[in-house]
Design a protein around this ligand. Structure first.
Ligand SMILES: Cc1cc2nc3c(=O)[nH]c(=O)nc-3n(C[C@H](O)[C@H](O)[C@H](O)COP(=O)(O)O)c2cc1C
Length: 405
């Protein structure tokens, strides 16, 4: 039987790992899974904070863990919905069959979404930022809106006496959780995985809303936070400041500067662009700058997006295709535009056959992205020694320019 994990007296974590090969949000690969975390806060009254989707084993895991406390769903007085995205609410209609008198607690925008997604208007308790619900026995829940981290209705719940912050998607990460759920219990190897997966989660899911993330972090600076309990990822009780600072750093990359690193994204049909790629990389390395290389379409955009998010410099290598950019690169740029990959220094190179066209298309696609550009390198067909030399120099120039920022 799966057991709930006690965080402190009367507060428990219930969790399930999604490991069935599905993509997150239907598009982001999660080879190491993702956890869905819910929480029970028990005073005289009982609150369940965030639900799950009917996804993989999440509903049965939740039921088993409630039983382990034990809490019967019918005993739950409040279901706090910090965020209405279906990964936290999709199982709502079935849950309500087992807990018919539970009150759904959300803000005004959340109530509209409950009606929109589930047609539910009864038993909805609309709270405002700053409102509290006293559960008794020293359990007092306070609600604060953190709009657009990640949807407009997103809020956090804070249990003031224990200092546990139920932060929903804020401070979350991809990655399944093993038997240990706390930052001070997981191994160094697991920490390394969550370091990498929290960046990828951030860039994929939250990055566009970085200004709102910074606003939320400022708001939270007044709170005496002892534990961060997000809806995805590990629970931070030893060093909650670590994940707050990590998120602050990720959010700061929106306006730049990011890390002194370069992300290279490239695609090539017949190898003419690929050969020059090696000269560009040598040029970057000649300046001692770390470089991350992603080949499209082989790699899902999730990884180059995470890598680009934290890099000051970007390189795109691609040939002309039907008077435009090589389509897999165009798809990456489209995602980068959607996700606000801004304030970068960028270099593009590539081969063409007769007319070119990729550069013009690239210029148009990137006009609004707040990027500075190193002069591009283009050539007809196979690259000459001079082209290789120029590509090496431009790679080095890009590396130098990000070092000087
Ligand atoms: C399907 C296809 C469409 C192409 N369209 C154009 C084009 O519109 N204009 C052009 O100058 N070259 C065009 N080319 C030529 C390529 O840009 C050229 O072969 C280039 O060297 C390919 O680079 P790669 O070896 O890195 O794939 C096209 C090639 C292919 C295969």
């Amino acid at each position: 039987m799966k057991k709930a994990v006690k965080i402190t007296d009367g507060i428990f974590r219930l969790g399930s790992n999604i490991e069935n090969g599905d993509f997150f949000e239907g598009m982001w690969p999660i080879p190491d899974g993702v956890s869905l975390n819910s929480y029970i806060v028990k005073g005289d009254k009982i609150a369940l904070i965030d639900l799950v989707d009917d996804w993989d084993n999440a509903p049965s895991d939740l039921k088993e863990q409630l039983e382990s406390i034990p809490v019967d769903p019918s005993e739950i007085d409040y279901l706090i919905l910090n965020h209405l995205e279906p990964d936290h609410t999709g199982w709502l209609e079935d849950f309500l069959k087992a807990a018919p008198s539970v009150e759904l607690v959300t803000n005004k925008k959340g109530a509209a979404l409950i009606e929109g997604f589930y047609g539910i208007t009864d038993n909805v308790k609309v709270i405002d930022s700053g409102d509290t619900i006293d559960l008794g026995q020293g359990k007092n829940l306070e609600f604060h809106n953190i709009p657009n981290v990640h949807w407009p209705e997103t809020m956090i719940t804070f249990e003031k006496n224990s200092g546990v912050l139920f932060s929903c998607d804020a401070f979350g990460s991809y990655g399944s959780i093993g038997d240990s759920v706390f930052d001070d219990e997981i191994s160094e190897e697991e920490h390394n995985l969550f370091d990498v997966e929290s960046l990828r989660y951030y860039a994929n899911i939250v990055g566009s809303f970085s200004k709102f993330v910074l606003r939320a972090i400022d708001k939270l600076s007044d709170f005496d936070i002892k534990v961060i309990a997000p809806s995805h990822g590990i629970i931070w009780r030893d060093n909650p400041g670590e994940i707050i600072e990590r998120y602050r750093k990720f959010a700061s990359y929106l306006e730049g500067p990011a890390e002194e690193e370069i992300t290279v994204i490239w695609g090539s049909m017949y190898g003419n662009t690929e050969k020059v790629l090696h000269s560009v990389i040598k040029g970057i390395r000649s300046e001692g700058v770390p470089v991350h290389v992603h080949k499209v379409p082989e790699v899902n955009v999730s990884w180059p997006l995470a890598s680009a998010w934290k890099s000051k410099g970007l390189v795109f290598g691609m040939p002309t295709y039907e008077y435009k950019m090589f389509p897999p690169i165009a798809a990456v740029l489209n995602m980068f535009s959607l996700k606000h990959v801004q304030n970068k220094t960028v270099f593009r190179f590539g081969s063409y056959g007769w007319s070119g066209g990729a550069q013009k298309d690239f210029d148009a696609a990137t006009a609004d992205m707040k990027w500075d550009f190193i002069d591009p390198v283009e050539w007809k067909g196979k690259a000459s020694e001079e082209v290789h030399q120029l590509a090496f120099e431009r790679g080095a120039e890009l590396a130098r320019s990000i070092k000087n920022q």
